[in-house]
Design a protein around this ligand. Structure first.
Ligand SMILES: Nc1ncnc2c1ncn2[C@@H]1O[C@H](COP(=O)(O)OP(=O)(O)O)[C@@H](O)[C@H]1O
Ligand SMILES: Nc1ccn([C@@H]2O[C@H](COP(=O)(O)O)[C@@H](O)[C@H]2O)c(=O)n1
Ligand SMILES: [Mg+2]
Length: 495
């Protein structure tokens, strides 16, 4: 192909963002799958759909943890322990620390059966610590609804008169995390089976009794003698018969309840990891999904919205891409560096990796260059254009890469990983140019599971950093839910 037509091909592909490359053409073998004319979000080579379902990991209790897909299931935590052990306190601490996620607390107490007038007359003889005191069927129904992402009306229980409020309910909406708390939440197997994680709050019995006397006196309208009487007749025996035997089901036991900040921090960390971990990350350990926060979801909501304006699309894309670039840079090696601060103190720090470059897959990958330049001053950025010729599946690859690319770590840029075909061809080229596979970090905003399978199977040592993994590809190889033609939307050429 003469130079002129190559120039034309590049020119028309990159539009206003053409940056004057010296071109070299490579003729590749015809790919086995059909290809589409534009970016990697819709290019050739679908995987068999079975690949995803074969590989998908399922949680121990059957619940799939797929935080970024519409099939997402909430993470359910059970918190049990004796009365006044600090269950509610520990739950409040967890909720406070998980502020980036929607968390709801369901109290088993809400499902106490209200006493009849007759039972109320001799409430002091009623055993509130026996499993039959709860309407477990109703609790299961309510949890089932929440797990199916449906809102529920939770009863409101009044400890002062042992009744449910007949006309009021607490409306609870679907959430990322559901915490189910109560003295007997580990007693019933069907309730246990709902849980992804079980925590037992283990507090000394004397401390619990002291707290209970104080609390029931102040908050539940009880006299000290009635609390002591109830404790000896019902609370203590039921603790030994039902609560303590259920401790064996716990995954985590927290001594000292809410005083144990280390345990609460570790639990919160674990929940965060589980929430941020797509099943594909368990299968392919080199796939990293940036920790999801409401800010990140908010930015995705904006750029995925078909009605967003181009300036907003560009603004929020740039913000998201910077986060991905920063995350990607975190995977580079560093050297230790000691400096002296203006206070004359020594600071033990690290020095950035200098042998680095970016490579964008033209044209949509060019939209990531600004964010990369903003994070890495003066970084060299190469380009790869994969160009389809005619309808017979033949492709040409043009590239302009730094001369010493084989000695550099490469941040490969393409905002959407669709089928994985364009990405694979670009990675192939980099490897042929001498870049070791493990030195390539592929940065994208959205990945389709099919693309992850395709790239990770072929290049298991390469790293992928993305911000969301979508549901899959449509029959036309478009990422679903996706965000359409990224390059057109970013460069304002989508009319
Ligand atoms: N670490 C703690 N130190 C002092 N008081 C506590 C502590 N944890 C809980 N409490 C108090 O003890 C009482 C029972 O705690 P709570 O968290 O409601 O226990 P539970 O839900 O297990 O019955 C409450 O009045 C609470 O304020
Ligand atoms: N009407 C009621 C209902 C329950 N109790 C006691 O509450 C305890 C469970 O609540 P915690 O917050 O302490 O876990 C349980 O031990 C019941 O004895 C009650 O006194 N009156
Ligand atoms: Mg409580």
């Amino acid at each position: 192909m003469p130079d002129k037509s190559m120039d034309d091909a590049m020119e028309s592909a990159v539009g206003a963002h053409f940056s004057g490359l010296r071109l070299e053409a490579l003729r590749l073998p015809t790919p086995s799958a059909p290809s589409s004319p534009s970016s990697s979000s819709s290019s050739a080579g679908p995987l068999a759909n079975g690949a995803l379902s074969n590989g998908a990991a399922v949680h121990a209790n059957g619940a799939e943890l797929v935080p970024n897909s519409p099939l997402r299931q909430p993470f359910v935590i059970g918190v049990s322990g004796g009365t006044a052990s600090g269950k509610t306190t520990v739950c409040d601490m967890i909720i406070q620390q998980l502020h980036d996620h929607r968390v709801v607390l369901i109290n088993q107490d809400s499902f106490y059966r209200g006493l009849t007038a007759e039972e109320s007359a001799s409430a002091q003889d009623y055993n509130f610590d026996h499993p039959d005191a709860f309407d477990t069927e109703q609790l299961l129904e309510c949890m089932g609804q929440l797990k199916r992402a449906l809102p529920v009306n939770v009863p409101i229980y009044d400890f002062t008169n042992h009744r449910r409020c007949s006309e009021r309910f607490r409306k609870v909406n679907a959430s990322d995390v559901i915490i189910l708390e109560g003295i007997l939440v580990f007693h019933d197997q069907s309730v246990r089976n709902l849980m992804d994680m079980k925590i037992f709050v283990d507090t000394d019995a004397d401390i619990r009794l002291a707290r209970r006397i104080k609390r029931d006196n102040l908050e539940r309208g009880r006299t000290v003698s009635s609390v002591l009487d109830q404790y000896g007749r019902f609370v203590k025996p039921a603790f030994e018969d039902f609560v303590l035997p259920s401790k064996k089901y716990a995954d985590v036991i927290i001594p000292r309840g809410g005083d144990n900040h280390v345990a609460v921090d570790l639990i919160v960390q674990h929940i965060r990891t589980k929430l941020g971990m797509h099943d594909l990350c368990k299968i392919f350990p080199n796939v990293y999904v940036v920790q999801s926060t409401f800010q990140i979801r908010g930015m995705h909501t904006l750029i995925r919205d078909r009605d967003v304006t181009t300036p907003d699309f560009v603004f929020y894309s740039d913000r998201l891409i910077r986060l991905i670039v920063e995350h990607g840079l975190g995977h580079l090696p560093f050297t230790e560096k000691q400096i002296v601060t203006p206070t004359g103190s020594v600071y033990m720090g690290v020095d950035f990796c200098k042998k680095l470059c970016g490579v964008s897959i033209v044209r949509s990958g060019e939209s990531m260059e600004n964010a990369l330049r903003a994070c890495c001053k003066g970084i060299k950025i190469g380009k790869i254009l994969i160009h389809r010729v005619g309808d017979n599946g033949q492709q040409l690859i043009y590239h302009k890469l730094p001369m010493d690319i084989a000695e550099r770590h490469v941040l490969l840029l393409d905002p959407v990983l669709g089928t994985g075909n364009s990405a694979s061809q670009a990675i192939d080229l980099l490897i042929r140019k001498g870049v070791p596979e493990e030195r390539i970090i592929f940065l994208n905003l959205i990945s389709a599971p099919e693309g992850i399978h395709c790239v990770c199977k072929r290049f298991p040592r390469l790293k992928i950093v993305t911000s969301e993994i979508d549901s899959g590809l449509s029959e036309e190889f478009r990422v679903i839910p996706g965000l359409g033609e990224y390059g057109d939307r970013y460069f304002g050429t989508d009319n």
